[in-house]
Design a protein around this ligand. Structure first.
Ligand code: 13P
Ligand code: SF4
Length: 356
């Protein structure tokens, strides 16, 4: 049997079982999910939209198709009685692994000593529950690529220095967007060493040096080559790309922001997109009246771990669980106790500030 037959059969099974389960189940999917997963989902979004919309649904089971930190965030924001599942608990994010609870605590304590006052953490959504919990415990907020500037600005305007982690590029691109003075910005490496030209005592923003391997691949040379190859092309990139790439591009945006830009672009316009390849391919198919090409092919293999077979397996486990509560759910995300309470505080702070 061909792969496309397999996909067609699986897709039909997923659709049929989903119909049978009705409003008990909702399937949100991230923009980087493979096309066959997106087409069986209820809605797609960037990490902010997924977190907010999943928490507003009335479904009993939220089967989140995206990497684990996204499902974890939905579980933290879920209402009592709602259960969140991931089709693949191994779908991690190497960037989220670049900071843990212990290094976070050590670092923020050190920075507060240097600054001589409280330093507020602003932590990217691409982090795990323990780090989100530390953020809440220290009075900070989560942010995503769609709202990082708004959230950082809120604290900086109140004269509170910020510890931004784990993505250096999103941090520095936010600094550029806000026009913050470069001599008050410092990079922090894993050993805790600070890199910057000014006096750290006057530091406004301290940025952890994590990165996304998918977005790190894009270069200024890619943009120059693409512009030579396609006259009049416009280049849009995700803010996880490095500062030079974002500075050289025509625009930057979260996945939802870029999708909207492409949707609203004039017919016949030509675009190069610097982000994950499944997103670019889908946008090209969704908007055939425009020419949409990848700036370079770059795959998030963790996102690509989710497939229809795993989605079906999760749905079957929900069906079995409804009939017999002892049947295991594949795979339930649990975040409890102090970690959940503090992580929720940081996520709700983000929603409050983003919606101001
Ligand atoms: P968005 O919030 O823009 O969807 O980004 C999530 C992500 O992981 C990008 O690599
Ligand atoms: Fe993590 Fe990068 Fe994949 Fe986003 S694209 S989930 S940041 S590895």
């Amino acid at each position: 049997m061909s792969n496309s037959m397999d996909t067609g059969d699986l897709s039909a099974k997923v659709v049929a079982l989903k119909r049978e389960l009705g409003p008990k189940v909702v399937i949100p999917a991230h923009h980087y999910q493979p096309p066959e997963v997106v087409s069986t989902s209820d809605f797609i979004g960037d990490s902010y939209k997924l977190a907010v919309m999943a928490s507003k649904t009335e479904a009993e089971y939220i089967l989140l198709c995206g990497v684990r930190f996204m499902a974890e965030s939905a579980a933290i924001l879920a209402k009592p009685g709602q259960t969140t599942l991931t089709p693949d608990p191994v779908s991690g994010c190497p960037m989220a692994d670049m900071i843990d609870e212990l290094s976070f605590k050590v670092q923020i304590t050190k920075l507060e000593k240097i600054a001589g006052k409280p330093v507020v953490p602003v932590t990217y959504m691409n982090s795990y529950a323990d780090v989100k919990a530390m953020t809440g415990e220290h009075g900070g907020a989560i942010c995503t690529s769609s709202n990082a500037a708004k959230i950082v600005k809120h604290y900086i305007d109140n004269e509170q220095p910020v510890f931004f982690s784990p993505d250096y590029n999103l941090g520095i691109n936010t600094v550029e967007k806000l026009g913050l003075p470069q001599d008050r910005i410092f990079a922090v490496d894993k050993s805790g060493a600070l890199k910057g030209s000014g006096d750290p005592e006057k530091g406004l923003m301290f940025i952890w040096d994590g990165y996304c391997h998918v977005h790190k691949l894009f270069t200024v040379a890619d943009i120059d080559r693409t512009r030579r190859e396609h006259e009049g092309i416009r280049v849009i990139v995700h803010p996880e790309c490095n500062r030079e790439v974002v500075g050289h591009a025509d625009a930057q945006g979260s996945t939802e922001g870029m999708y909207k830009m492409l949707k609203e672009a004039p017919s016949g316009s030509v675009w190069a997109v610097g982000t994950e390849i499944n997103f670019v391919r889908r946008a090209a198919l969704d908007f055939p009246d425009k020419v949409i090409v990848p700036l370079r092919e770059s795959l998030c293999f963790n996102m690509a771990r989710i497939n229809l077979e795993k989605v079906l397996h999760s749905l079957e486990s929900i069906q079995a669980h409804i009939q017999n509560r002892d049947a295991p759910l594949h795979y339930k995300i649990s975040v409890d106790g102090r970690v959940r309470a503090n992580a929720e505080k940081a996520l709700r702070k983000m929603i409050e500030l983003a919606e101001l």
